[in-house]
Design a protein around this ligand. Structure first.
Ligand code: BGP
Length: 478
């Protein structure tokens, strides 16, 4: 198909991963335990991620596959060579806090952990691939959960600031694109995986979560400050789990409900990007009798240290209603429950597939913030079949991506400043929501199943050459 899709020169095409979903080696190199290391697969996982676990005592179990993941820790050279072959211009990854400070509280960082990421960055730079680094992607050191209750506690601000200053200093010559917290709004939906928060019985959920959110927002602003001081030519962004909420009908009540839902997420970015608490949040605190403790100087920190760009993930749009009958017809969707949208299909996991929603969401974020946008996650989780001849024909994924690329190009034509696109899981990895291997996103297949069988061998799927062509032609081949 030929068309007039145009992507800016230097558009940052690439892929995105998170440390805990690829590295494995969960206790190697001096690494400490993190929250995700404690998550089993299956239903039990979801309950823990929700944080509804009274007096949860973190315990170590044999939680395959996350402990071994795809062994990126030992195989990163091979994997990066494949990314380079696809022509990646950028690669989004995260640093595991507990590789740098195993308990989160050491005086001196762990040199083995620091060296590991130095090696990974060197390998990327060898191929002119720009590292894009998330400082914290769902992995809080377990010690901090046990000792402080994680982000419930103000102490985390100081510890996170020390951690981020350490990595900015160390990698200042190698990393120019940073992000603070992955999907910061996940804190409200999956508090344990999002922020290491356990909700105990008797606690006011909103009070706990919004207080923790305040701590993260101040910590994020301090990281922005540190990054600007230490690496003046760097850009640091926030990261939102985005996806517009549609009203199910034109009933103004539905319109309001949809707006209200979106504001749950915008709340974080309003603070990170505009530097102050929006009026609707203050009203929410009042209406719910929340007492969010702020320290003198917090407002100034937020105001003076806003992000340079808006990073976001987009998998699905959402839909809501005020009609109880409509509301009862729910579908999943990157954790955010949604009313089933009769106009749209869904993935095997119930995530609504809505390419146009990407254009709408990008325009919405552009209108609201007027800052560069970076699409740092998007993709289709599916079960892939290895044919007898060893090939993997993932045409469904190519279709999904192709349609999203078209809408991304349309958004750019609309005047939205999109600086890059890193699709989620360019190489198969452990799923965050299920903890399993069978939900795959990659252009590269990894021979590993939920039970830990498989050689870990990497094989190119059909999507591999397709994406290579897209990048080579800067979108003209789409
Ligand atoms: C996002 C997370 C990622 C990733 C992705 C896909 O919410 O930032 O870590 O996992 O969703 O989700 P899943 O792995 O559950 O399919």
């Amino acid at each position: 198909m030929t068309n007039k899709l145009r992507f800016p020169e230097n558009f940052l095409w690439g892929g995105a991963i998170a440390a805990n979903q690829v590295e494995g080696a969960y206790l190697e190199g001096g690494k400490g335990l993190t929250t995700v290391d404690l998550l089993p697969t299956g239903e039990e996982r979801f309950n823990i991620m929700l944080g509804n676990i009274d007096n949860f005592v973190p315990k170590e179990g044999v939680y395959y596959p996350s402990h071994e993941a795809i062994d990126f820790y030992h195989r990163y050279k091979e994997d990066i060579a494949l990314f380079a072959e696809m022509g990646f211009k950028s690669f989004r990854m995260s640093i595991a806090w507990s590789r740098i400070f195993p308990t989160g509280e050491e005086e001196v960082p762990n040199e083995t952990g620091l060296q590991f990421y130095d090696d990974v960055f060197d390998e990327l730079l060898k191929y002119n691939i720009e590292p894009v680094v998330t400082t914290c992607h769902f992995d809080v050191p377990v010690h901090l959960v046990e000792k402080y209750g994680s982000w419930k506690n103000r102490k985390m601000v100081e510890l996170y600031e020390k951690y981020t200053r350490t990595i900015f200093e160390r990698y200042k010559d190698k990393v120019k694109y940073w992000m603070t917290f992955n999907e910061i709004n996940m804190l409200l939906h999956l508090p344990f995986i999002g922020a290491g928060i356990v909700l105990n019985e008797g606690e006011d959920k909103n009070q706990v979560l919004y207080q923790a959110a305040h701590h993260q927002l101040v910590a994020s602003a301090l990281a922005v400050k540190a990054c600007h001081e230490i690496i003046p030519d760097a850009q640091i962004g926030c990261m939102l789990a985005a996806g517009m909420t549609y009203p199910f009908s034109s009933n103004p009540e539905d319109i309001w409900a949809a707006m209200d839902k979106d504001r749950e997420s915008f709340f974080f970015i309003d603070v990170q990007s505009r530097g102050e608490y929006p009026g609707y949040a203050k009203r929410f605190f009042e209406d719910h009798n929340l007492d969010i403790k702020m320290q003198p100087g917090d407002e100034q920190i937020l105001k003076e240290n806003t992000v340079d760009y808006i990073g976001f993930s987009y998998y699905a749009s959402r839909c809501t209603s005020t009609d109880p009958e409509v509301l009862s017809d729910q579908t999943a969707g990157n954790v955010f429950g949604s009313v089933r949208n009769p106009y749209l299909e869904a993935s095997e996991w119930g995530w609504t597939i809505d390419p146009k929603g990407l254009r709408i969401t990008a325009n919405q974020l552009h209108d609201r913030y007027q800052k560069p946008l970076f699409i740092v996650e998007n993709g289709l989780g599916a079960i892939d079949v290895v044919e007898e001849d060893g090939s993997i024909n993932d045409d469904y994924r190519i279709d999904y991506l192709q349609q999203h690329f078209v809408e991304m190009a349309e958004a750019i034509k609309d005047g939205v400043d999109i600086i890059g696109y890193t699709s989620w899981g360019p190489i198969d990895l452990v799923s965050a929501s299920t903890g399993e291997m069978k939900k795959r996103y990659g252009y590269i297949y990894v021979d590993r199943d939920n039970q830990g069988n498989g050689t870990l061998k990497r094989t190119k799927k059909k999507g591999f050459d397709w994406l290579k062509q897209v990048i080579q032609t800067n979108g003209a081949s789409i």
